[in-house]
Design a binder for this molecule. Structure first.
Ligand code: AMO
Length: 435
């Protein structure tokens, strides 16, 4: 019996599997993707979670685009059908009817719409196979990120997104009324991941949302994004962290390429990913050197590594090392949060630039309690503001460090998406808090 109490003939076969049922009666279920009426016959392209199948009707098609149908029919060969087989319909039942008209055509070319139209009609645009593919690939990124870390003895943690103090200095905080008390949405799990290294877990990672109340509207910023966070104890220096990140990214690229959905997404977007040998060539250059390379390529003096500098530095890495990525190390102390390990006026820190965009920030942290107390006033902070954070170090903490990769930025760069918002299911920007 089906959920509706009726008896249904046949077990559901996925659209992509009909070739294995040549000559048999099957039941396929999915969305009507496209209808082509030719008078005596009509063709329906049926879409399900994996693929599409051609359904043939004598006369008119019984239903229109986006209705959800269950079709019983006979599989037959037809060299003109996609995949070489089709289902000749015997019975069609609409099990999820469309009411009204869809605002955009799901079978249209994604690239014919601007990002705002796709987002203004998000519920409809998420049905487009090429749009859905972005999130299937994103799921693969998260899977392989997590798998790699688990297999290297990291423990997955989930930390609160409601916090009492900011963690990342400069960037804005969203305030939340917490039973009459002012608290904030977490900018990152920074303090918690450090607390868990010190707890004795030593190696932790988290996949979770981070919130930035930044007012800019750029193709690289979201107000809510997913942060792939890593923190590791007993490091000797930032090379340990950069080595780890190259290992993670190589595993992700490999895993995405080898997965059905990852490979399909790369194909749909005409994208390719670097292999492990290529990523291993990623150069590590000092901040000053990066600035002078970028200045030379841009043709003017640079005061900081702006988006244009990030772009030209990746071009330089391609030209010099054959890889579209570069680590920039040793950022000035005033450009990094108070918790970063200082090295005179510089810090033991790094960014990873990939395909022209910063996708990662990381560094070694101050694990020495006294050193931290000395650092705070330099950032206009007092120990009274951070009692819990300070107690992590007061109780004894190993040398450690970590980094965070922005999931949407990585997805954007993997697929060559122009705007980061395309890599967020339901993006939050200054104007957008729905759907
Ligand atoms: P940072 O603030 O540089 O560092 O963020 C780390 C990475 O997160 C991504 N990211 C964003 N993605 C989309 N929209 C945004 N507004 C946004 N802000 C940041 C980027 C960036 O490289 N606690 C440190 C990390 C660490 O040292 O472990 C931190 O949050 O890909």
């Amino acid at each position: 019996m089906g959920d509706d109490g009726k008896r249904h003939d046949g077990v559901r076969v996925l659209a992509a599997e009909i070739a294995a049922h040549d000559g048999e009666e099957v039941t396929v279920s999915g969305w009507v993707h496209r209808v082509r009426e030719l008078g005596a016959v009509s063709f329906v392209v049926l879409r399900d979670r994996i693929g599409t199948a051609q359904i043939v009707y004598e006369g008119a098609a019984p239903t229109g685009p986006e209705n959800v149908v269950r079709v019983r029919g006979h599989v037959g060969a037809n060299e003109k059908a996609p995949g070489g087989f089709e289902v000749r319909a015997v019975e069609t039942e609409v099990i999820g009817a469309v009411s009204g008209e869809l605002p955009i055509s799901v079978s249209a070319d994604v690239d014919s719409f601007g990002i705002e139209t796709l987002l203004d009609n998000r519920i409809a645009s998420l049905r487009m196979p090429k749009v859905r593919a972005i999130f299937e690939l994103q799921a693969e990124i998260v899977t392989h990120f997590s798998d790699y870390l688990r297999s290297h003895d990291f423990t997955e943690i989930k930390t609160s997104k409601l916090i009492g103090t900011g963690t990342e200095g400069g960037t804005g905080l969203f305030e939340v009324d917490y039973f009459g008390e002012k608290v904030y949405l977490a900018q990152s799990p920074q303090f918690y991941k450090q607390a868990m290294v010190a707890s004795g877990l030593e190696r932790v990672f988290e996949v979770g949302c981070a919130y930035r109340a930044e007012k800019h509207d750029t193709p690289r910023h979201l107000n809510e994004y997913v942060s792939l966070d890593v923190e590791m104890g007993f490091i000797d220096g930032i090379d340990d962290l950069m080595d780890l990140e190259i290992g993670i990214l190589s595993h992700i690229c490999e895993g995405v390429r080898a997965s059905r959905t990852g490979a399909a997404a790369l194909e749909a977007w005409g994208a390719t990913l670097p292999d492990a040998d290529t990523l291993a060539k990623t150069p590590r250059i000092d901040y000053d050197e990066a600035k002078s390379i970028a200045a030379k390529r841009i043709g003017k003096r640079l005061f900081e590594l702006n988006p244009e500098a990030e772009r030209v530095l990746c071009e330089w890495a391609v030209a010099e090392y054959g890889v579209e990525a570069v680590f920039v190390t040793g950022f000035p102390r005033k450009k990094r949060p108070f918790y970063t390990w200082p090295e005179e006026q510089r810090t033991a820190s790094f960014d990873l630039l990939f395909r022209g965009l910063e996708i990662t920030t990381g560094g070694k942290r101050i694990h020495d309690y006294r050193m931290l107390l000395e650092a705070l006033p330099k950032f206009g902070m007092t120990p009274e503001q951070l009692p819990d954070y300070l107690s992590i170090f007061q109780y004894g903490c190993p040398p450690h460090g970590g980094f965070a990769i922005g999931l949407e930025r990585l997805t954007q760069k993997f697929l060559g998406l122009e705007n980061i918002k395309a890599a967020s299911l339901f993006p939050r920007d200054r104007k957008r808090v729905r759907p």
